[in-house]
Design a protein around this ligand. Structure first.
Ligand SMILES: [Zn+2]
Length: 176
């Protein structure tokens, strides 16, 4: 960050009074620009013994497979964000999504919140951010063509839990 988004003056790095770490502070208006991690919300959509994946049409990781997920918008709940992303990326609708996985990814300052939900139907299709949408059985998952480590971790956990048909909420820290 070089300039204040409030007044346009240049910012500097300094520890504000009463704080304990450096922030961007505007030299002109004094506004402190706090920066915090972003939340990515998504869904692991299942139907029978299959999972819906989307092939990414956008960078990063274009052409690789992912679960429908994306950054929360202002004013949304995490569940609303997950449902919206699933609709945008796969025109898919999911019944009663429940929180299933939380990934802390501190080196990119993101928190993933992945819900688990049954597909309403098979009327899914690629949205603008997807090249292809497809149901995969465990044996067909393209493990070497998954877009992100969080997606690989999600699918691995899901197939493990499915053996007992028990899906507690998991939280995991993903390292670089
Ligand atoms: Zn300013």
């Amino acid at each position: 960050m070089n300039y204040c988004s409030h007044c346009g003056a240049s910012v500097e790095r300094a520890v504000p009074d009463g704080d304990n770490r450096e922030r961007y502070i505007c030299r002109e208006c004094g506004l402190i620009h706090y920066q915090n991690p972003k939340i990515v919300a998504g869904i692991l959509p299942w139907r029978g013994d299959q999972i819906l994946l989307c092939k990414r049409a956008i960078e990063p990781r274009r052409g690789l497979w992912t679960l429908p997920a994306g950054f929360m918008e202002l004013g949304e709940t995490t569940r609303e964000a997950a449902l919206r992303e699933t609709w945008e990326e796969a025109t898919a609708q999911v019944k009663h999504p429940e929180l299933y996985l939380v990934f802390n990814i501190p080196h990119i300052d993101q928190v993933y919140m992945i819900f688990r939900g049954e597909l309403e139907n098979t009327d899914f299709a690629p949205g603008e951010e997807s090249l292809e949408t497809r149901l995969f059985s465990e044996a067909d998952i393209p493990w070497r063509e998954l877009a992100f480590s969080s997606i690989k971790a999600s699918l691995t956990q899901y197939f493990t839990d499915r053996r007992d048909n028990h899906f507690p909420v998991h939280m995991e820290d993903l390292k670089r």
